[in-house]
Design a protein around this ligand. Structure first.
Ligand code: NAD
Length: 540
């Protein structure tokens, strides 16, 4: 693989990054007044801060104020006050704020991308996709607001006599707990439909990517949201995230399956709803009639986008026997041609992992596989010369069930290649395991690909694309089957989760009870005749 010129790195990586609180010589990557402006938004009275470093050279970025449980309570109180009048704001005005956000994120994309790259170490092109996804989400929900939220007349019990309508009532204050891998889109996108539906939000982003989430909150206010409607708290997941779950009227969580289970239990105890967008071990299938070169190009995006730290990226690649060798040659040579680096430069194809913890997991999975007999076709090594957490895009062959990376999510730039002999076998192996988030099928016969997709137990399946086709189709729900989650983001499901359906039915002329002194027995006969008539008339 080609390499970017070495990124700035700390003098001694083994000693870890400099702590600016104790090292007066430390140089911050970002202007202090800019950081102060952003971090002032955290609801915090503790006086304590958390130091954040960039994966680009370990450069210090900020000290983020930390929230206590009492601060979370205060954030909910402020959000509740703002929500009451927001829910009464006409829907068109709420939608207009989302459209202004759409324009703002496109106008301010350079600033957003810079910050995302500093915080996450990802390639600039991956950061741009976050900007695009926020714009797509804002436009989709703004333009479909009435379709999803207007009061709807539905068939009543008896035609003419019973008038029934369904209202969409906001839940109140939604708690959003988000991960670090897509700091902008994960912090904002799930909140946009919540706001549009008349809710307020208390957001608890991951500690490693607070600044991007705070800039997102600033843009929401600039787009015209009343101040107070979007609160941000910061701190360790179990404590501060736990306090959010304890106070929210609905919880939207994105993160690991292990944490998802904890949150589901807490929500069950309180009888509040939640949506859980969790992990995956996603399969890609290359059928025997696939365009091998297109599939190989797609596979590099499917596997290595965001250095594989993407819930919908592919970690298992099943290839038909007839095209296996040709596909592997094309895929490996494309992988080797990728530019690797940790910098703000657009030329980087694959960026850094975000942290030492991610690097440790990826290294452990690769070393374990190799020790048990897997072959490395390309990659397989950390690259501290390029950045403290950079790991090469890695293709493995000969992975078996006794290896950690066979069934467990690596969440890094590592894929296992498997040969299959028939499509039934491919579907069975794709469906193997605990997860069911995303899949990808490559074939020249799109109709055949769509038919095969229906047999795969995943919440989204892309035909002749990696993940972008479903993820960017905002009208289509996105989420996981099995241990990949509960509920859906995007589409009607993505906004209705933040509402209570309230049905109001009005009865006219006659009650739903015996009339004119009719006995219960006669009433039952009249009712039976009415039911038979409605059936014959084809009524629902
Ligand atoms: P994580 O579960 O450790 O953390 C995610 C968020 O939850 C963070 O904000 C964290 O502070 C918070 N948190 C942690 N413990 C908590 C608790 N007990 N109570 C409340 N909040 C808590 O996840 P991670 O490892 O940081 O993120 C990577 C995982 O996220 C991967 O498994 C990935 O597949 C998944 N993910 C899924 C999607 C999706 O849409 N399905 C998208 C992105 C990431």
């Amino acid at each position: 693989m080609t390499e970017q010129s070495p990124a700035p790195s700390p003098d001694d990586l083994s000693a870890g990054p400099a702590d600016p609180e104790h090292d007066s010589t430390a140089t911050y990557a970002l202007d202090r007044s800019y950081v102060d402006r952003l971090t002032r938004r955290v609801v915090s009275t503790t006086g304590s801060t958390d130091a954040v470093f960039s994966p680009i050279g370990g450069t210090p970025l900020a000290h983020v104020p930390q929230s206590s449980a009492a601060d979370v309570t205060e954030a909910f109180a402020r959000a509740r006050r703002a929500q009451a009048s927001w829910a009464d704001t006409p829907l068109d005005e709420r939608a207009a704020a989302l459209l202004r956000l759409h324009d703002l994120v496109l106008d301010r994309q350079e600033e957003l991308i810079d910050l995302v790259v500093w915080e996450s170490g990802k390639a600039r092109k991956d950061a741009y996709l976050e900007v695009a996804h926020v714009a797509l989400t804002a436009r989709y929900y703004a333009r479909t607001a009435h379709q999803h939220l207007d009061t709807r007349r539905v068939g009543g019990m008896f035609p003419v006599l019973t008038r029934a309508e369904v209202h969409r009532v906001p839940k109140g204050v939604v708690g959003i707990i988000s991960p670090w891998n897509y700091p902008l889109t994960m912090a904002l996108c799930d909140g946009l439909p919540a706001l549009l539906a008349g809710n307020a939000v208390v957001s608890k982003p991951d500690a490693q990517t607070m600044l991007t989430a705070l800039l997102g909150a600033e843009l929401l206010e600039e787009a015209g949201l009343p101040s107070g409607l979007w609160q941000v708290v910061a701190g360790p997941g179990p404590e501060v995230g736990g306090a959010v779950v304890a106070a929210a009227d609905y919880v939207c969580f994105t993160g690991s399956t292990a944490t998802g289970r904890v949150i589901a239990r807490q929500c069950a105890e309180r009888l509040v709803g939640c949506s859980l967008e969790l992990g995956g071990k996603n399969p890609m299938l290359v059928l025997r009639d696939a365009d091998v070169h297109r599939a190989a190009e797609g596979a590099t995006r499917a596997v290595f986008s965001n250095a594989g730290q993407l819930c919908v990226s592919m970690e298992r690649l099943f290839v038909a026997d007839q095209v296996y060798d040709r596909f592997v040659d094309a895929f490996v040579s494309r992988t080797q041609a990728m530019t690797l680096g940790a910098s703000q430069d657009w030329s980087v194809d694959m960026g850094s992992l975000i942290s030492q913890a991610q690097l440790d997991t990826v290294t452990r999975h690769v070393e374990d596989a190799v020790a048990k007999g897997a072959r490395v076709l390309t990659g397989g090594r950390a690259r501290p010369d390029l950045g403290p957490f950079v790991f090469e895009p890695t293709v493995l062959e000969g992975v078996s069930a006794d290896m950690e990376c066979f069934g467990k999510e690596t969440f890094g730039p590592v894929v296992a290649l498997y040969r299959f002999h028939g499509e039934d076998e491919a579907v069975d192996r794709a469906n193997d395991g605990l997860y069911g988030l995303n899949a990808s099928v490559w074939t020249r016969d799109a109709a055949r690909g769509r038919a095969l997709a229906r047999r795969i137990r995943c919440g989204t399946v892309n035909v002749n694309e990696a993940y972008g086709a479903t993820f960017g189709s905002l009208a289509a729900p996105m989420g996981g089957m099995r241990e990949s989650g509960l509920g859906r983001r995007q589409g009607a499901e993505g906004i209705h989760r933040y509402t209570e359906a309230q049905s109001v039915a009005t009865q006219r002329l006659v009650p739903i009870a015996p009339v004119l002194g009719m006995s219960e027995e006669v009433n039952a006969r009249v009712m039976t005749s009415a039911l038979r008539l409605l059936h014959r008339l084809g009524r629902a």
